[in-house]
Design a protein around this ligand. Structure first.
Ligand SMILES: [Zn+2]
Ligand SMILES: [Zn+2]
Length: 173
């Protein structure tokens, strides 16, 4: 047994015992920024799903304290690691050592990834290596309006008058 964190997908197992879903139902993509759903996390690990609409970036960043394994559940795109972009196809597995800068960009089919980070990156340890950019606010299917996070590329909802907050890295802008 692990400790459940409120909002993690693993919470459903306390009630259901067994759970089954398609990645599309779990991480519905939005045209503004990529989305992330946490499955389970603890001091030593962080398992999450990421969903990209077509042509969506996750801006390059570095977790100096955490290794990561990524499995492509569906879709296409590129992993941007150092100078060698790696084409992504369904079922591909990619490992990345700590301290390697990395980013993603989805292809025309969009992209669903399972990410396993070992251990969970510490708060504040991530560095952002690429000047990102935001998008204009759009009507969001999930609530109100949303934009792209200029730091990580994540889906960011309008939380106050003109303030948006990133679902992925918590940046407010
Ligand atoms: Zn949205
Ligand atoms: Zn962000």
């Amino acid at each position: 047994m692990t400790d459940r964190k409120v909002g993690d997908l693993a919470e459903v197992l306390d009630n259901l015992g067994v759970f089954r879903s398609s990645p599309d139902e779990l991480v519905a993509a939005c045209p503004s920024g990529f989305r992330r759903v946490s499955i389970a996390q603890g001091e030593g690990y962080y398992l999450s799903l990421q969903g990209f609409a077509p042509g969506q970036p996750a801006f390059a960043h570095t977790h100096p304290d955490s290794e990561e394994w990524v499995i492509v559940l569906r879709g296409d795109g590129k992993a941007l690691l150092a100078d060698n972009p790696i084409p992504l196809t369904t079922g591909m597995v990619i490992g990345r050592g700590a301290a390697h800068p990395h980013g993603f960009v989805s292809g025309p089919e969009g992209l669903h990834l399972l990410s396993m980070q070992l251990p969970r990156p510490a708060e504040g340890a991530t560095t952002w290596d690429q000047p990102g950019e935001t998008t204009e606010p759009i009507e969001c299917a999930f609530a109100g309006t949303c934009r792209r996070c200029p730091r990580c590329g994540g889906h960011s909802l309008n939380v106050a008058a003109r303030t948006f907050m990133c679902e992925n890295c918590s940046l407010e802008f």
